[in-house]
Ligand binder design. Structure first.
Ligand SMILES: [Ca+2]
Ligand SMILES: [Ca+2]
Length: 204
């Protein structure tokens, strides 16, 4: 039994290294903790059980959508190499005339910030479209891993109109971890095998 006290946590940590929770915000019942802290007014809209966020630009400050994070710092290391995606649409038919829509900025309490604009300058347009960005060093630079490990805010710039003229919709914000590398799968399988061995020993 003493060996199990050492081996069981080891087995669980091997599995934990391979399995990382994805996040999906569908806004079907609420705004799920998303806020707009600058330049815009956020409304949660429900239609036929499918909700989304509606954000109206109200002044000349950038409209910044904040993803919900725990206070202090959050460790998003497991999303390094993963993907952030969202659905967006122009809700009032305003053609895009400002290019910063889709600028994702990740800020760390201790390691500065990184950013990347993942929506084409010609979007969003009327009708929902999905946009995504890979959270990798090739896209955000070498500082990304340090920022993700001590994240204090994650904001998406929603400015698509020159002046307070646009109303945009946001839905299905999704954060997925990287597809595990073969060696990560191997660690997870090793963890499962170890647990299997411990159970057999406990029975015997
Ligand atoms: Ca929805
Ligand atoms: Ca604007």
């Amino acid at each position: 039994m003493r060996a199990n006290r050492v081996l069981l946590p080891l087995a669980l940590s091997l599995i934990g290294g391979a399995v990382q929770a994805d996040l999906l915000y569908t806004f079907d019942a609420s705004a799920q903790g998303f806020t707009v802290t600058s330049g815009g007014a956020l409304t949660h809209v429900v239609s036929g059980g499918n909700g989304h966020l509606s954000v109206a630009d109200i002044d000349n400050a950038d409209v910044l959508l904040n993803l919900p994070l725990a206070s202090g710092t959050t460790d998003w290391s497991s999303y390094l190499g993963g993907t952030l995606s969202l659905d967006a649409a122009s809700l009032n038919g305003q053609a895009p005339s400002w290019s910063t829509f889709g600028l994702l900025t990740l800020t760390s309490a201790t390691a500065g910030s990184v950013s990347f604009d993942f929506v084409p300058e010609t979007d969003p347009t009327t009708g929902w479209k999905t946009y995504s960005v890979q959270l990798d060093v090739a896209t955000f630079g070498a500082n990304l891993s340090a920022v993700l490990a001590s994240l204090s805010s994650a904001t998406i710039n929603l400015e698509s109109g020159n002046g307070p003229i646009e109303v945009v919709g946001i839905d299905n914000v999704r954060l997925t971890s990287a597809v595990p590398e073969p060696q990560t799968w191997a660690m997870g399988l090793a963890g499962l095998a170890l647990i299997g061995a411990l159970r057999r020993r406990a029975r015997g």
